[in-house]
Write a protein that binds this ligand. Structure first.
Ligand code: AMP
Ligand code: MG
Length: 304
């Protein structure tokens, strides 16, 4: 039963996986409107409910075992639906076992450290699922697209010299490998939105009053750098999808599909860990028996 569920999930997410070493051109290799044979939103609802239930089940075991942890990073262009995806996908899990962190423009204190410092501080604990809403990958995306952001990082000359992006890919791969070897699975998702769907979503943020709060003129400005981002994203995917920390490109033109995709990627990650409830050793079992005897002796009306 478990194996069958896992097989289905593996098959479902296979088209999203970026094979390590593959040279990715985002627009050529991944379709933001792909639906993997799920025809309508309605057909997707049962799938998402199943995924959410599976996550709840596995998260409980992950926490009980307290040995492994999971880090899922979410990257996307603006309006791709990161926040809504996190809300839906994590809706069934115990909030105590999850940590979500959103990374914004770095603070002065953060800029005074090496670039991975602030991400390392937010890593999940054993037994936890940690979600990065934006992540250390901003360090090869926004920082690459905007030269002035890099200039702001107070780097010594050696860290700024040509080849900086290749070096950062290597540093990130090494860091993720280290984390993995310590018992934390790292899984990375890019929510793949088309430029046209972004335009529609920005427009609806203007036209629908209850969405006005989401609208940001800065986001529209950033849209002007679309091509530069697509290029930086393609290079990022080509260089940082590894055996130990793979990238998944999840189609995001339909919000409902993106949610199923992300739930499936996370479920696959947990199923690979295959966490188990701890089994008590003889000593603990004897302890339990003694405690039971004592509690039963304390029952009202019991002798003693
Ligand atoms: P949002 O996620 O829409 O609230 O926006 C967060 C903003 O922070 C985005 O514009 C990101 O590009 C920006 N940001 C995140 N990480 C970094 C970073 N390391 N350096 C500069 N800007 C960043
Ligand atoms: Mg924004």
């Amino acid at each position: 039963m478990r194996d069958l569920r896992h097989k289905q999930i593996e098959t479902f997410i296979e088209p999203f996986r970026v094979k390590p070493g593959k040279r990715v051109v985002l627009a050529r290799d991944f379709d933001p409107a792909f639906k993997a044979g799920v025809r309508k939103k309605k057909d997707g609802e049962a799938l998402l409910a199943q995924g959410v239930e599976l996550l709840a089940e596995y998260q409980q075991k992950l926490a009980a075992q307290d040995t492994y942890g999971v880090l899922m990073t979410l990257q996307a262009m603006d309006a791709a639906g990161k926040d809504g995806t996190i809300r839906h996908v994590m809706s069934g899990v115990n909030p105590q076992g999850v940590s979500v962190h959103s990374f914004k423009v770095p603070s002065t204190e953060e800029l005074d450290h090496d670039y991975l410092w602030r991400y390392a501080k937010r890593l999940p604990a054993r037994g936890e699922i940690g979600i990065f809403n934006r992540s250390h990958y901003e360090e090869v995306l926004v920082v690459r697209v905007h030269a002035e952001v890099l200039a702001n990082q107070q780097l010594p000359r050696a860290a700024r010299r040509p080849g900086i992006w290749k070096r950062r890919y290597r540093e990130i791969n090494d860091w993720e490998r280290y984390i993995t070897e310590q018992g934390f699975r790292v899984v990375k998702v890019f929510l793949n939105l088309s430029k046209e769907e972004q335009r529609r979503r920005f427009l609806s943020r203007i036209e629908e009053p209850e969405k006005n709060w989401k609208f940001s003129a800065a986001d529209v400005h950033e849209r002007g750098y679309w091509d530069a981002y697509q290029k930086a994203l393609s290079e990022m995917l080509s260089n940082t999808s590894t055996e130990w920390a793979p990238w998944y490109v999840v189609p995001a033109d339909r919000k409902w599909f993106a949610r199923i995709g992300v739930a499936a990627v996370l479920a696959d990650t947990l199923m690979r860990i295959d966490p188990r409830f701890p089994v008590l050793d003889d000593e603990r079992r004897t302890g339990l028996a003694a405690a039971r005897e004592q509690l039963e002796a304390e029952a009202p009306g019991a002798e003693g």
